[in-house]
Structures are given as C-alpha cells and as structure tokens.
Design a protein around this ligand. Structure first.
Ligand code: CMC
Length: 392
C-alpha cells in the first residue's frame, strides 16, 4: 500500500520537530533549551529546570517563587488516594504502583482533563509535578509496608520527597543538604532526553488526544523496561550477582561478548550517544565523592569502575562505540542513600516528569500535529478461505 520505508526501532526516523532538548551523540553533548547540561547540573535546581523545559526560559525570581509554591501546594493528595496505595501487596514493584497512582490522580482531578483547554493543561501540569514526589514516595512506603506521611508546605520539593520516603510520623526527619543537592543534580540530569522510548510513548498517547495523566502514566510504563529506565535497577543487580558469584570482571566481560549467553553489560550503550554519555560523566564524579565520603558500597563502586575500564579497553565495546550511559552509576548512589534497587526507576520517573510534560505540551501546541500512526509492511499469509472446524 505504498509503504516502502522500513525502520524498526525508528533508528533513522524523526517523529517530530522539537525546541526542547539538543543531543549530539557523536560529541557527547546534551543541552536543555540551549543550556549545557553541565552548567545546569552544577548551578541550577530541579524546579528551575522543570520551568525551563516547560516554558522555554529560565524563570525570574518572581516566576520561580510562584511556580514553586504552586507545586508545593499540590503535593498533598486527595485523602482517598492513600487507600489506593494501601491496597497493593508488600513488595509490589513501585513502577506499577506509580503508573496506577498517576492514572488515579487523573481520576481524582477529572475537572482538568481537556487537552484542548490551556487552563486545564496548566493546572494538570502543576498537579502532576506537585503530586509526583508524593506518589513516588507512597509507592515506596507501600512496597516496604511503612506508614505514609503528609507533605509539608514549608519544605522544598526534593526535601519533601526525601522526608516522605524516609521519614516516620513519630520522628523528626533530618535533612542533609549534601543529599538534597545530590538528588537535585540527579533529577536535573534525568529531566529530558528528547525522543527516547518513554517520551515518544507520551507523545504518541497524547497524539490521540488522550489526557496528560493517561499519557504520563504510559510513559512511566515504557520507562519501567530494563532496556530503558529499568536499567538502573538492572545494573545494581548485575553488580551484586558478579560479586556474590565471586566472578572475575574479565570473565564477566567475556560472557557479555559471547552473544549466545544473552548477557548484556547493563548501563552500557545508547541509541544516540556514540561517545561517553555526558550525564554518566557527571554522575560518576558524584558517585565517587558520595560513596567514598559515606564509606558505603565501595566494593560495588570499585567493581563498576573496573568493569568500565575493562570494557573501554576491549575491542568489542570500542568497535561498537559502547560507553557507560546515565544508568551505570546512579544505582550506586541511590543505594547508598537508602533506596532498595526496586525503587531506582521510580526516581528516574520523578526526574523525567518535566520532560514528559514539556514534550506533551509542545506537541499539543503544534497546530499541524497529527495522530501518531506508524505504517507496517505486511508479511503474513495471502488471501485464503475460512475452513469450518471439522475440516481443519
Ligand atoms: N552489552 C553488550 N552488547 C551491547 C550492549 C550492551 N549493553 N549494548 C549494545 N550492544 C551491542 C549489540 O548487541 C549490537 O551488537 P551487534 O552489532 O554485534 O549486533 C551493537 O552493540 C549495537 O547495539 P544495538 O542493540 O543495535 O543498539 P540499540 O541502539 O538498538 O540499543 C540500548 C540501545 C541502550 C537498548 C542497548 O545499548 C542496551 O541494551 N544497553 C543495555 C541496557 C541499558 O543500559 N539501557 C539504558 C539506556 S540509557 C538510559 C535510558 O534510556 O533509560
């Protein structure tokens, strides 16, 4: 039917134009709205970056204050939503719970669902951004069977998230500025990454005029896969496995190179970066400092460093231009801060949310947008006649 181009995995197909994020994969460059990721990671805050991604410019002091207060005032969930989190079994994967939480948020905010009403879209964006730390923290609390806390308007976005995750109703929670800064940086580094699988999913679902909650929830589900955001959990599990089997790093790398084994070096390789992922470079520095300071997990960090070094000197990885990606070192930091591996991808989702919202809005603001509808090349049977059951 006239379709001649086949591009599995959309390796060479642009689905949209975008003004949000620039990547040069050969040079290892990443910029949000023109600003180098290195500058934002060092100097900015997550809320400021969220504003930048969504509105296109860094906020003035006044705009930042108003935006921050809008988000913090929307951190408190409808009381009935707490019941939802109580229903999930202990040990349920937080990504499934988070996706359900985002859908439930849409159900509880059904007055703001019209994708064509700019006021609805604006309010839904605030509610999603404001509620996400609470949803992610409740997904965690629910999986470990601990009591939920209420957010506090006097605390910042990241502070609230940490307290909601690790605090107890019976005790004060001590906020450590260096931990808050580390999470600010990590969330900034995850905030957008142009047309990756989850963002493309958000756009595709949005292109059918589905509301922003449905689109973001679909993004959470896409992100959960181990080839995408789920890789941060997979990396830590890989390191633990190598360690518990007492496997030699060179032996493990040999296994990865043997395609029959089906074992991948998780946290390595990227569709776009054929050079060191600039996010991984920054995170590696933080992992080194934070882990050495805390004295935790040095063994796994040493292993990760050795794995990286071995891979980067091996022809298999050199010839395929495989480098560490954003997920290679994050898990080590998250674990040192007290999160179980199962929860790592929810942290990625929390960081990626501003990007999903910005991209959904950019698509909806485009008057020429069309429903996403890829074509296919049919390879099934030619026409044939139905056979009654007795004749088959
Ligand atoms: N370990 C071993 N071999 C690899 C790896 C890896 N991690 N990644 C790619 N390769 C090989 C692959 O087998 C292929 O070899 P050949 O040419 O002999 O067939 C070659 O490198 C090219 O890889 P590809 O699978 O065609 O590349 P892709 O762009 O389709 O996939 C990827 C990209 C990220 C899915 C893949 O590199 C991968 O599976 N990596 C491990 C999972 C991971 O770390 N994902 C996180 C991605 S970054 C953040 C995010 O999106 O969340």
């Amino acid at each position: 039917t006239g379709v001649t181009t086949l591009d599995p995995g959309f390796v060479n197909t642009a689905s949209c134009t975008s003004e949000i994020t620039f990547i040069d994969g050969d040079e290892g460059i990443l910029r949000y709205r023109g600003y180098p990721i290195e500058q934002l990671a060092e100097k900015s805050t997550f809320i400021e970056v969220a504003y930048l991604l969504i509105y296109g410019e860094l906020p003035t002091a006044e705009e930042l204050e108003s935006f921050t207060s809008k988000l913090t005032r929307r951190m408190l969930l409808d009381e009935r939503m707490r019941e939802l989190f109580r229903c999930f079994p202990r040990g349920a994967h937080p990504m499934g719970v988070l996706a359900a939480g985002v859908m439930a948020l849409g159900a509880f905010n059904r007055d703001y669902l019209d994708p064509h009403n700019p006021e609805h879209v604006e309010e839904a964006s605030f509610r999603l951004l404001g509620s996400m730390p609470t949803l992610a923290a409740y997904a965690y609390k629910s999986s470990v069977g601990e009591p939920f806390l209420y957010p506090q308007t006097g605390l910042g976005y990241v502070e609230n998230y940490l307290r909601l995750s690790f605090g107890y109703p019976t005790e004060d929670y001590e906020i450590k500025p260096e931990v808050v800064r580390a999470f600010e940086t990590l969330f900034i580094l995850h905030a957008d990454h142009e047309q990756n699988a989850s963002t493309s999913t958000v756009r595709l679902v949005g292109s059918a005029d589905a509301n922003i909650y449905a689109s973001v929830s679909s993004g959470v589900n896409a992100l959960s896969g181990p080839l995408h955001g789920g890789a941060n959990q997979a990396v830590l599990e890989m390191l633990r496995k190598i360690s518990s089997y007492g496997m030699d790093i060179k032996e493990f790398v040999a296994k990865v190179k043997d395609k029959e084994s089906g074992v991948k070096l998780m946290g390595f390789g990227h569709r776009v970066y054929k050079n060191y992922d600039p996010r991984a470079k920054i995170i590696k520095g933080h992992a080194d400092t934070l882990l050495r300071q805390s004295g935790k997990n040095n063994h796994l960090l040493e292993m990760a460093l050795e794995l990286e070094d071995t891979a980067l000197h091996d022809d298999y990885f050199i010839s395929r231009k495989l480098y560490p990606n954003v997920d290679f070192y994050t898990g080590l930091i998250y674990e040192a801060m007290g999160f179980p591996a199962q929860h790592f991808t929810a942290l990625f989702a929390l960081g990626r949310l501003p990007g999903w919202i910005a991209q959904w809005r950019e698509e909806h603001d485009n008057p020429k947008r069309k429903i996403g509808r890829p074509r296919q090349i049919y390879t099934g049977p030619a026409r044939r006649d139905y056979l009654p059951l007795a004749e088959r």
